[in-house]
Design a protein around this ligand. Structure first.
Ligand code: ADP
Ligand code: MG
Length: 428
């Protein structure tokens, strides 16, 4: 093992758990016996850093950062985490407290290590994710299966698995170590069901993470967020801060997964329905009325690709729930849309085709990012789900429900010219 690896292993040994042995400062230095678990961990960390060589620069790529984390959490570190010594009784109590705060039957356990939290959940189905294959090989949690990699890349594996979304995703004692906290939260939120939770926890508290970070900020890149405003600042659109426990030696932050991200301002589009790419959406049960690409390219240039919902009016004058895809349809590999387009399925409309006739659509909520599915069956299952979600939201959410009466939607007959307008939500 090269010297740097040796140092890095030791410097990170205690990030996700605690030590219960004392360490010496330098080879022949005086021993000071640490008392608390955190103190022992910090001392060990400090001792390791005193022998440290070069480290990965803070500006390193995610890949470089991740491969360093994987190296750090290997070898003797794994043996330590797998030992009873790694979880003294006072820490076990706090892990139980964290596990008890995690709802549901399906949990994604990020930075799972050897499974010290994974095996404590009441959930019957746990997926443990870790960058270190050695940790996973040593992990013990009867209810868990494991996936080796960065949670940021986990969504593809989850889609391919065909499994339902998780009730909760938990970052225990690893949220200081992720490459980018907002990206990590976004990835976790993507695999959690609406109404579920994303949790960040640490059995030794936020100050402990700061202590480690001071010693080596390239290994522990971040502090933990310690106010609701902080939780909000790093939250992606789909997460809403729920609560925060920030005690001296215990940390637990929770966000709720929203069913949708409000689109603010809303986007109102009106134009004649164009011919699409003839991929047979109608045969699949979900025809999409395409808006003419040349008229709306500029309006949607900066709009994230994905699935949106809102209300639409067609030539019959009624307003319908609508699910719109903005993007390139990447599942149709080799036949993707040549440009970014807007196409909308009009839910509950089963009248005649309305090519060339005006369509007005008011997009008010973002449901999910556009993504490539491994099979058309999976795409179809997701569209079915998107349509169900959108229909329910548009009727049940009081703000979305009242939008069906928005004056812009009523002007279809009187003002059939093409338009793209951003409408602030104060408008109604
Ligand atoms: P294209 O590739 O030309 O867009 P689709 O298979 O997507 O073909 O079908 C879209 C057409 O189907 C629309 O332009 C519209 O005229 C018609 N249509 C019928 N019912 C619906 C509906 N519920 N939602 C959207 N379009 C519908
Ligand atoms: Mg279409």
């Amino acid at each position: 093992m090269r010297p740097i690896d040796d140092v890095v292993v030791l410097s990170c040994l205690f990030i996700r758990s605690v030590s219960s042995f004392s360490v010496s400062r330098g080879s022949g230095g005086a021993r000071r016996v640490a008392t608390s678990a955190a103190e022992k961990a910090i001392q060990a960390h400090e001792a390791a850093l005193s022998r440290q060589g070069a480290s990965v620069p803070a500006s390193a790529s995610r890949e470089a950062h991740n491969s360093r984390q994987a190296n750090v959490f290997s070898g003797e570190t794994v043996a330590y985490f797998a030992s009873a010594e790694a979880t003294p009784p006072d820490v076990a109590v706090k892990l139980d407290r964290i596990a008890a705060a995690v709802p549901g039957d399906r949990v994604l356990d990020v930075g799972t290590g050897t499974g010290c939290l994974a095996r404590r959940y009441a959930a019957t189905s746990v997926v443990g994710v870790d960058l270190s294959s050695e940790m996973i090989a040593a992990a013990e949690a009867p209810n868990a299966t494991f996936w080796c990699g960065d949670v940021v890349d986990y969504e593809d594996a989850w889609v391919e698995s065909g499994e339902p979304p998780f009730d909760a995703a938990v970052f225990n004692a690893c949220f200081g170590n992720v490459f980018d906290q907002k990206d990590a939260l976004r990835a976790a939120a993507a695999v959690v069901r609406p109404g579920g939770q994303v949790v960040v926890s640490h059995p030794l508290g936020a100050a402990f993470v700061d202590d480690l970070r001071r010693l080596d900020p390239t290994v522990v890149r971040h502090s933990l967020p310690t106010s609701l405003a902080d939780l909000d600042r790093i939250a992606p659109a789909f997460l809403e801060p729920a609560d925060l426990v920030d005690e001296p030696d215990f940390y637990l932050a929770r966000w709720s997964r929203r069913a949708f991200a409000p689109l603010e301002p809303r986007l109102f589009l009106r134009g004649p329905v164009a011919r699409g790419y003839g991929r047979g959406s109608k045969k699949l049960g979900f025809p999409t009325a395409n808006l003419p690409e040349d008229m709306f390219g500029a309006a949607v240039a900066d709009l994230p690709t994905g699935v949106y919902c809102g209300w639409a009016t067609v030539a019959d004058g009624a307003s319908y729930p609508a699910v719109a895809n903005v993007g390139f349809s990447p599942t149709f590999q080799g036949a993707e849309n040549p440009v970014k387009i807007v196409e909308a399925h009009i839910c509950d409309y089963d009248g005649d085709d309305f090519y060339d006739q005006p369509l007005a659509i008011l997009l008010a909520a973002f449901l999910r990012p556009e993504r490539k599915f491994p099979t058309f069956d999976r795409l179809l299952a997701q569209i079915t789900h998107d349509v169900q979600t959108a229909t329910r939201l548009l009727h049940d959410d009081p703000i979305l429900a009242q939008l069906r009466h928005h004056p812009a939607l009523q002007q279809l007959q009187n003002a059939p010219e093409t338009t793209a307008t951003w409408l602030p939500s104060t408008d109604l």
